[in-house]
Ligand binder design. Sequence first.
Ligand SMILES: NC(=O)c1ccc[n+]([C@@H]2O[C@H](COP(=O)([O-])OP(=O)(O)OC[C@H]3O[C@@H](n4cnc5c(N)ncnc54)[C@H](OP(=O)(O)O)[C@@H]3O)[C@@H](O)[C@H]2O)c1
Length: 247
Amino acid sequence: MDLEGKRIVVVGGSRGLGRGLAEAFAVRAAEVTVVARNAAAVQGPGEQPAVTAISADATDVDAAWRIMEQTRPDLVIMNAGAEPPMERIDRIGWEAFTTNWNVDVKAALHWVQAALTLPMTPGGLVVLVSSGAAVQGSPLSGGYAGAKRAQWFIAKYAEGLSAELGLGLRFRVIVPRQMFAGTGVGDTGIAAYAAAAGRTFAEHAATWPDMTPRDFGDMVADLIGRTGLAGAMVYAVRGDTGVTVIE
Ligand SMILES: NC(=O)c1ccc[n+]([C@@H]2O[C@H](COP(=O)([O-])OP(=O)(O)OC[C@H]3O[C@@H](n4cnc5c(N)ncnc54)[C@H](OP(=O)(O)O)[C@@H]3O)[C@@H](O)[C@H]2O)c1
């Protein structure tokens, strides 16, 4: 998939891993639109990616449809997610437990539904950003791991429906299989697991491969540019092992 000139929407692209993705696609000459509740943050300090910014809540079904209609993307990356409330299973309340279901899963459902129903132009690709927690669990983050695994099922069901309806769309999952210091979800997780292990934040962050959000964005953009994600359904991305196929 040649990324040059492709219309790419990065939902949750103003900060963290999403910003790394938006920068990586922008330098590959794609036409990038970033969606975030405060999309203006993408023009903050550091390198200024050449992107169009739209402020919207990704969990708002009307916004998903409106932006998909307006941008007519070739590729949508649904990366938006909430920082999970970090609490043990014996202490967490239902409201906190379901935080990532009400943001990450809800947003994934609405954007996938818009892709299937508008529908996106044949050849379109929708990528959901999940988490390594979906593979091995995350005992300190309540319903987070289950929510990130539910995104795999949404992608698989949508893939099946696209084939059944002859839509020619692909739905895939990228699993960042490590924690990234300097991101919202990463810093939240690192701080909680560091405290539980009696380590400092820096000591715990150092147990993960050294990888920046931009490194992550470059790895994903190269993978999509090289393969179009045609070969598998779920891919893991990690600083030391690179890209591996999960299924
Ligand atoms: N960081 C990690 O270590 C790590 C590891 C594994 C998986 N992940 C997954 O990777 C994704 C990104 O994580 P991150 O740590 O990079 O996140 P982050 O730094 O907290 O940034 C989240 C991004 O999503 C946007 N966002 C959040 N809620 C939104 C909503 N309701 N509507 C629209 N945009 C919304 C934020 O902008 P606004 O706040 O302005 O809306 C921001 O652009 C998440 O799905 C996370 O579960 C992260």
